[in-house]
Design a protein around this ligand. Structure first.
Ligand code: PEP
Ligand code: MG
Length: 324
């Protein structure tokens, strides 16, 4: 089977009815880069910038960040690399910047931290923009956005960093800016957010946790973390409709995109890009090459009406088996 999967590395991800699907990867460490390139990734849908921050004992300087970011951008050039601004808090805290809270997933995380510390945000954006000079394959993505005003505050800071660097004679262009949809509020504001950005990207790991009120890291309730819960499916479908109504492309970069059965449903919903752990890319590609979008749409229309996740899982598994 592994041999079979390797054989499709150079083949496009195209369904039997000739629908091309963009398969991108999620990265953090340089090791992810090598694996991604070997497996034929066409872009990076999520570069988790907190990873290099977690590997240090202090905040990396702007120059240290620039070097790390430039390596990522160069490795995938000319393909796009979506860099997410620092997403600490929740389950990811930096040893040199402790955050102690009773409910960290509902607390000071992601964009909330960096908007309260514009100096951290600005140095990161400046490092990203400097790194993109002459490459132009950077995309910037904002985590944990729950309102339009948070987005607008972040945009003001990004424009400020951009103009500062133009004044300093950097030959850079403004990269596409996008928002992660991972808080339920953002699902219901997807239209307003999409109207203001270049792309949306769904963080299904957090979105599932928040929609189902199930801690993504708590083993005791792990059985309730149902990725294909009908409520999750409806949210995912609504996001695409809202985003496309504004002419804004939408991707997904949560673990869900790396599951072959889920990937079929996501393609049926109209997701423009599926971004996943490189390990899952070959099997997702193999599954999508074995189906038609028309059949996947029919499956989606059925399962989205089902009452619970086990019945959805059952139908999706049967469909996958039939497709071989
Ligand atoms: C997500 O929440 O789905 C996501 C991609 O981000 P992270 O897993 O880093 O929170
Ligand atoms: Mg997240």
């Amino acid at each position: 089977l592994v041999e079979g999967l390797e054989a499709i590395t150079d083949l496009p991800c195209e369904t039997l009815d000739n629908h091309r699907v963009a398969l991108w990867v999620n990265t953090g460490l340089m090791a992810d880069v090598m694996r991604s390139l070997e497996r034929g990734a066409e872009g990076v849908g999520l570069y988790r910038t907190e990873v290099p921050f977690l590997l240090r004992d202090r905040f990396p300087s702007e120059e240290e960040q620039r070097k790390i970011y430039r390596e990522q951008l160069k490795a995938f050039h000319p393909n796009p690399v979506t860099m997410r601004t620092l997403d600490i808090g929740g389950d990811k805290s930096l040893p040199y910047f402790p955050i102690e809270e009773a409910n960290p997933f509902l607390g000071w995380r992601g964009i909330r931290v960096t908007l309260d510390h514009p100096e951290i945000f600005l140095s990161q954006i400046r490092a990203m923009l400097k790194a993109s000079e002459g490459l132009d394959n950077l995309r910037i993505m904002l985590p944990m956005i729950s309102s339009v005003s948070e987005l607008e505050s972040a945009q003001v800071l990004i424009y400020r960093a951009f103009h500062e660097l133009l004044d300093e004679n950097y030959a850079i262009s403004l990269p596409p800016i996008g928002v992660m949809v991972e808080v339920p509020a953002a699902v219901y504001q997807a239209r307003e957010l999409a109207a203001r950005v270049d792309f949306l990207s769904v963080g299904s790991n957090d979105l599932t946790q928040y929609l189902l009120a199930v801690d993504r890291n708590n083993g005791r309730v792990a059985g309730m973390y149902e990725s294909l819960h009908p409520a999750v499916l409806r949210a995912l479908k609504d996001i695409v409709e809202h985003s496309h109504s504004q002419g804004t492309p939408v991707s997904i970069c949560g673990e869900l995109a790396g599951d072959p059965g889920a990937a079929m449903l996501l393609v049926a919903m109209g997701y423009d890009v599926l971004s996943m752990n490189a390990t899952n890319l070959p099997k997702v590609k193999a599954a999508l090459r074995a189906i038609t979008v028309e059949d996947a749409e029919e499956l989606l229309a059925q399962v989205i009406e089902f009452p619970d996740a086990p019945s959805v899982n059952h139908s999706v598994d049967e469909f996958l088996k039939e497709a071989g």
